[in-house]
Ligand binder design. Structure first.
Ligand SMILES: Cc1cc2nc3c(=O)[nH]c(=O)nc-3n(C[C@H](O)[C@H](O)[C@H](O)COP(=O)(O)O)c2cc1C
Length: 359
């Protein structure tokens, strides 16, 4: 283990308040982003690309299927550092129309013995104009990018569509896909928008404004039947894909002394719940829309399980905090091995393998 290994860095980061550690990591990434030579050196260490895991999606080349989940880069300030950490794509946001501070601190907790995270951030972000400024600076940087959008806390549910309209207009020509986030637990009433009428209205609106692929991100805290019905409604209304899942509010998952009964839990505690819901959606919707699986992914085996259940892409957030960027490399290298061991020539043959014989 080298002196500069993540396990050594983690010892320092874990002594800090979680949010301070996040800010420090962000500062590091922004600093490194200004040093192309350092970026290249680290990228050579962590970034894996092989034809067997490279895909064309939304007209873009994804050099590997492992992306960064939304919420880490809320303002689009770390995009150029993401390939360096090994990710094949990144999702920025959630961004709201106006800047907002988010919920009161402390609002981010490590559940260390559960390898999990609990957060009640509440869409703290600098707003759409700031993010657009960041994106303008990336004119020549060609990398798959999703923009995850949400309403401001002070916007009522009745006016929520206006916020999303503003965001569709703002981001209609940027990035490679847009994600409608109505599944975070930390904006009061947001998850109530996960209903048929709102889904139909918002995708109709999106269609009028943008030709970008628009995806829906859903919560894990609903029955399989409700989730499938919601996703089907979204796909019929024009969704280009489904991202499952966001964090859970099932606090019974842990007895951790650090547990708070607010916010959303992610990481290892979410793995099974997220997989089970994703699998149900995959059985129903694989082949009909693009599926992205996120929630407690911590190994190549777990990512492969999601792929076989129908995921074209996977995302990681919380386990990056525990394992560092070597995890992303480990997942990509492991995927190549698992695909080859099963005799697949390309990842596309394994996507939805659980259902292929049944359809
Ligand atoms: C601190 C934190 C902030 C997050 N913020 C957002 C967000 O702004 N928008 C969003 O769609 N998801 C957000 N998420 C959820 C993640 O994108 C992901 O769906 C969830 O954490 C499950 O994946 P994981 O177990 O790999 O973390 C956040 C997660 C964490 C831990």
């Amino acid at each position: 283990m080298s002196l500069f290994s993540y396990q050594n860095l983690k010892k320092i980061l874990f002594k800090l308040e979680p949010e301070t550690a996040h800010l420090l990591a962000g500062f590091g990434l922004r600093t490194v982003a200004h040093c192309p030579t350092v970026l290249r050196l680290i990228k050579n260490k962590f970034f894996i690309t092989e034809p067997i895991i490279t895909q064309e999606i939304f007209g873009k080349t994804f050099q590997n299927p492992v992306g960064l989940g939304a919420g880490f880069d809320k303002d689009g300030q770390y995009i150029t550092a993401m390939p360096t950490l090994g990710f094949g794509f990144t999702e920025i946001g959630t961004v709201t129309p106006k800047p907002q501070d988010g919920n009161a601190k402390p609002r981010l907790f490590r559940l260390i013995e559960d390898s999990s995270v609990q957060n009640a951030m509440g869409f703290n972000n600098k707003g759409k104009d700031f993010m657009l400024e960041q994106l303008k600076k990336l004119y020549f940087f060609d990398y798959p990018l999703g923009v995850n959008i949400g309403k401001n806390k002070l916007t009522s549910e009745d006016d929520a569509l206006n916020d999303y309209e503003e965001l569709f207009r703002a981001f209609k020509d940027t990035g490679d896909y847009i994600v409608i986030n109505i599944s975070s637990p930390n904006t009061p009433g947001l998850r109530d928008l996960q209903n048929e009428k709102f889904i139909n209205d918002i995708f109709a609106l999106a269609k009028e404004i943008t030709s970008q692929p628009v995806l829906l991100k859903i919560a894990p805290d609903m029955s399989k039947e409700d989730a499938i019905a919601l996703c089907k409604t979204a796909v019929d209304a024009g969704a280009a894909g489904i991202i499952a899942t966001n964090t859970t509010i099932d606090y019974s998952l842990t007895d951790s002394p650090q547990k708070q009964d607010f916010g959303g839990i992610s990481g290892a505690l979410l793995t099974e719940k997220s997989y089970e819901l994703f699998r149900a959606i995959g059985e129903e919707l694989y082949g009909k829309t693009l599926l992205i699986s996120v929630g407690g992914i911590d190994s190549a085996q777990e990512a492969y399980r999601r792929i076989k259940a129908g995921a074209s892409l996977v995302q990681v957030y919380s386990m990056l905090i525990y394992k560092g960027p070597s995890l992303i490399k480990e997942i990509n290298e492991g995927l190549v091995e698992l695909l080859q061991a099963d005799g697949y020539k390309h990842i596309s043959e394994a996507i939805g393998a659980d259902w292929k014989d049944k359809k």
